[in-house]
Design a protein around this ligand. Structure first.
Ligand SMILES: [Zn+2]
Length: 384
């Protein structure tokens, strides 16, 4: 990741230099701290397993969608690049397979990623099935594995097509099926920008997130960095977003450039359906004019100096007559754990109890004596 970052910093440095040179002509020595990093995410959708157009007999993975939209994706990539920007291209497994089938397409993706675009994961999991938007056919959930549309589990999904040739860092997925290596999770879309205190889905900073409660199994403990992206999908919403960007650029000057990310998302289908692409070009030019480099999410996040977030430990509690036992899983990555208690969750005053525990990768059992309050709350905090 470090070497990829260095390459991207060179192009950013060149861009900043241009901005500074332009400013110097007017006697301004340095631009005020402002938004500098942006990302543009492109969702590449499958033809879903429950789509009526899918072959009901063979239930093979259907590649009609990527076949129909591939050239539109290439056009969008070219439009971004000709304006000096780089995309995060999120492939569902269907696109990953389609991209792998002929050398020309494999080469195309290799050229895109070499130039600075990023290949990322777009996965429609169980939640998509629940909300009716369709499922891409892969899941770790046992309940889905007897479904006739089931193609395989998540580790198997990551062997499909060209995924294996790339380090996949960024993703969107509607459930907790996080493949190893995912560090950045993009969500949001429809929440409008109001002001710097309520930036909606347009501007965000990384916050640790996990899917605790959504799934069972090992995935639920995996923490990733969550970032937002704003829908840039159809004409009305594009006009609205362009206006929001204008307001945000003012509100976020000055701001900590290495903390905030402005991000957008569209679907290849939207780009394909809309014959005129003026709004895309307008957005790209607006970014350039304001010194913002649209770059791969992984590269933009590198400016935030993020290490992998720590997943909250999963606790369980066994009450006895006067004693209480708390267990939690520890890691052996140098983290220490501290048990805390409070009697009131509304205005909590957390106090340390017991001594700190250094993780060793096994379950830790802590005994709390004289736990005789009618009710108490306990938590375990993790320290790096
Ligand atoms: Zn999607």
């Amino acid at each position: 990741m470090r070497s990829g970052t260095t390459r991207k910093m060179t192009s950013l440095a060149a861009l900043l230099l241009r901005v500074l040179l332009a400013s110097t002509a007017f006697g301004v020595l340095s631009a005020p701290a402002a938004l500098r990093h942006g990302s543009f995410i492109v969702h590449c959708e499958p033809l879903l397993p429950n789509d009526p157009a899918r072959d009901p007999v063979t239930h093979l993975m259907d590649l009609q969608r990527p076949a129909m939209y591939w050239d539109a994706l290439a056009e969008l990539v070219g439009l971004a690049e000709s304006n000096g920007h780089f995309l995060t291209i999120m492939f569902t497994p269907q696109w990953s397979v389609y991209a792998s089938l002929v050398p020309a397409r494999r080469l195309q993706v290799a050229e895109w990623t070499h130039a600075g675009h990023e290949l990322a994961l777009h996965h429609h999991g169980e939640e998509a099935l629940i909300f009716g938007s369709g499922w891409d056919g892969f899941s770790n959930l046992p309940s889905l594995q007897s479904n006739t549309n089931f193609f395989g589990d998540i580790p198997f999904m990551m062997t499909q097509g060209i995924y294996t040739n790339y380090t996949i860092r960024s993703a969107t997925t509607e459930d907790g099926d996080w493949p190893d290596g995912i560090l950045y999770y993009l969500n949001g879309g429809g929440t409008t920008y109001t002001n710097a205190d309520h930036p909606g889905d347009l501007i965000s900073t990384a916050s640790a997130t996990s899917m605790v409660g959504l799934v069972t199994g090992s995935e639920q403990r995996m923490a990733v960095w969550g970032l937002k992206m704003r829908l840039f999908t159809h004409e009305i919403c594009q006009t609205q977003v362009l206006a929001e960007v204008q307001a945000a650029l003012t509100d976020f000057t000055p701001c900590d450039s290495n903390r905030w990310l402005i991000a957008f998302v569209t679907h290849v289908k939207n780009f394909y359906d809309e014959k005129e692409h003026g709004h895309y070009e307008e957005l790209f030019q607006q970014m350039t004019a304001n010194g913002i480099q649209l770059m791969a999410v992984t590269n933009a996040a590198a400016f935030m100096n993020l290490d992998r977030p720590v997943a909250p430990p999963v606790m369980s509690c066994t009450p006895g007559e006067t004693n209480l036992w708390i267990t939690w899983e520890t890691t052996n990555e140098g983290q220490t754990y501290q048990v805390q208690t409070t009697t009131n969750l509304l205005s909590p005053n957390w106090t340390n109890i017991l001594s700190t525990v250094t993780g060793d990768g096994s379950n830790h059992l802590a005994q709390i004596s004289d736990a005789t309050n009618a009710s108490s709350f306990y938590r375990v905090i993790v320290q790096e």
